[in-house]
Design a protein around this ligand. Structure first.
Ligand SMILES: [Zn+2]
Length: 156
């Protein structure tokens, strides 16, 4: 049995690659890293390529636009929820990246979100930026045509 709510204190010590990613967020930009062997760009990088096992030392400044590869419509309320339901949690493949990461989609009815939709990050105000994913408020549609399925199918 667990008594809730649960409180957990922890210290996160990022490595060099994740530090660069987090510092980029504090500047309102996405920083990934490229593998020198396969050329894939990871964001956030773990500091090495999981395929080749070599360090990913080259920083790559990525666009804050990308593609919704998959998504989930959240309709379940929970304690402490800060966002009105329904909302969308999506995997966003940033332009120039070879791995997607989780982001919220807003600015569009949940029923209109789709795979391949072009989106752009909406950042918090400059004085609110910090080394955290909370610097990205959400992603919103750019209005550009959807990306063809073939361009992102390998990232599903
Ligand atoms: Zn590689």
């Amino acid at each position: 049995m667990l008594d809730t709510p649960i409180h957990l204190e922890y210290t996160f010590t990022p490595g060099i690659a994740q530090s660069r990613f987090l510092r980029g967020l504090a500047e309102g930009r996405f920083v990934g890293q490229r593998c020198p062997v396969c050329g894939k760009v990871y964001i956030p990088s773990r500091g090495s390529c999981p395929v080749d096992g070599v360090p990913t030392g080259e920083d790559v400044a990525l666009s804050d636009t990308g593609i919704v590869t998959t998504y989930c419509v959240v309709n379940v309320p929970f304690a402490g929820q800060a966002i009105e339901i329904p909302y969308i949690a999506a995997q966003v493949l940033l332009d120039g990246a070879n791995i997607s990461f989780m982001g919220l989609i807003q600015g569009i009815p949940a029923t209109d979100v789709r795979m391949g939709m072009r989106v752009q990050a909406v950042w918090v105000e400059p004085d609110e930026l910090g080394p955290t994913l909370a610097s990205v408020k959400y992603f919103t549609p750019t209005g550009e045509p959807d990306a063809p399925y073939e361009t992102f199918e390998e990232y599903l």
